[in-house]
Design a protein around this ligand. Structure first.
Ligand SMILES: Cc1cc2nc3c(=O)[nH]c(=O)nc-3n(C[C@H](O)[C@H](O)[C@H](O)COP(=O)(O)O)c2cc1C
Length: 171
């Protein structure tokens, strides 16, 4: 955490976005100053849609974070150096319903200019405003393998959230 987070254009991020999401993982954090929750995610993407810079994430309805995603207009995605892998593992295996994950993970929350929760340790913070949300449906799958592999046990299908990147901070 040597340099300060500074506002940059999303298009100036130099990371390989597939590696950033799939391998480095991210925290999806939603809520407000009174209460927020965070969870690790590595399904999703970033791109360009409806002439806007967007992210899309997939959240299962049984996650505690889902309640905060539903209740709030925005959320953040935060990305970290590999030394925070243990913190991301914890946020991806424990539920905020059962413990204070942020304290246990040793992360320092702060609120962005838009009042969205994020973490001081992050090297990239994306402030996002929801544009579209839709529950995945069994009927829409064109190949059965993902359905069998990921949705044959109990648990709901993910909900996709497409959100505009309203500010991007990086160091
Ligand atoms: C590497 C990794 C990636 C994950 N990706 C997702 C994801 O994209 N969507 C999702 O719904 N859950 C994902 N999870 C699971 C949630 O992070 C996990 O269930 C978490 O404990 C939910 O916390 P919560 O109940 O406090 O929201 C992932 C977990 C890990 C470890």
């Amino acid at each position: 955490m040597n340099d300060k987070l500074k506002e940059v254009k999303p298009s100036d991020l130099t990371d390989n976005l597939i590696r950033l999401i799939a391998s480095d993982w991210m925290l999806v954090t939603a809520g407000d100053r009174n209460k927020f929750n965070t969870m690790t995610a590595n399904w999703g993407g970033m791109g360009y849609l409806w002439n806007r810079n967007v992210v899309f994430v997939f959240i299962r309805p049984e996650r505690y974070t889902y309640e905060f995603m539903e209740r709030n207009e925005g959320f953040t995605l935060t990305f970290f150096d590999d030394r925070y892998r243990d913190a991301l593992n914890l946020c991806g295996t424990m539920s905020g319903r059962d413990c204070d994950k942020v304290t246990e993970a040793g992360l320092t929350p702060f609120f962005t200019e838009s009042g969205l929760p994020a973490f001081a340790e992050a090297r990239i913070v994306l402030e996002c405003r929801k544009l579209y949300a839709s529950q995945l449906t069994r009927e829409a799958f064109l190949e059965s393998e993902p359905l069998k592999t990921h949705y044959s046990t109990k648990g709901g299908l993910h909900k996709i959230y497409i959100a505009e990147i309203i500010r991007c901070l990086a160091r």
